[in-house]
Design a protein around this ligand. Structure first.
Ligand code: ZN
Length: 201
């Protein structure tokens, strides 16, 4: 038997380590479980991953995940296109929509700045954001990053970036629990933080 064919298990184990918080031991357990008890599930997993990789892209305007050129929110002409809320992840858009407190559009940064690493700007999609801001008329940018150290660092980088941008810049009010990630904040508190947002510039 060639080395390659005997290595299928090793390859699977290695591939599983791409998942967040999965180290070598967990990856090995997952591989055994898939092969021993979950073969049908494993086939569905392969098919689902392939379909997702093929069909899901970033929305041309807001950068979230979607299947068409634009997501449903960006395609909705009823929304206030002059108010743009900056959030870290697609799940934050879902939280805001559930709280029903923002009728403008979004831009999803797809990450955060780590304050410990001297503000690594590559962690967020700043280039796309700059293009988005330059191409469309915007009256207000609402910075809605998490109330964590990383969210604060990201908000700081964004407010510096937007200093010369000719729009009102606001940030969510500090009504939320310290260390709070938007996705775990209840809808009422989130709505309050949006209504009471304060001027950054
Ligand atoms: Zn969109």
């Amino acid at each position: 038997m060639s080395k390659k064919s005997t290595d299928a298990l090793g390859r699977l184990t290695n591939a599983l380590k791409v998942l967040p918080n999965v180290g070598p031991k967990t990856a090995q357990r997952m591989a055994y479980e898939l092969l021993q008890h979950k073969r049908a599930g494993a086939e569905e997993l392969v098919a689902a991953i392939q379909a997702a990789l093929l069909q899901i892209h970033h929305c041309r305007l807001c950068n979230t995940f979607c299947e068409g050129e634009l997501c449903d929110i960006c395609a909705d002409e009823q929304r206030d296109s002059k108010r743009l809320m900056l959030v870290q992840m697609p799940v934050d858009v879902a939280s805001m929509e559930a709280a029903n407190c923002h009728d403008g559009l979004y831009f999803v940064l797809m990450g955060q700045v780590n304050p410990g690493q001297g503000a690594d700007l590559n962690a967020i999609d700043l280039d796309k954001l700059i293009i988005r801001l330059q191409e469309h008329e915007i009256d207000e940018v609402i910075i809605a990053t998490n109330f964590t150290a990383e969210g604060d660092a990201t908000a700081y980088v964004l407010s510096q970036l937007l200093t010369n941008f000719p729009a009102k810049i606001t940030r969510l009010a500090r009504g939320m629990p310290l260390g709070g990630e938007l996705e775990y904040v209840d809808a009422g508190t989130l709505a309050q933080a949006v209504y009471e947002r304060r001027n950054v510039k």
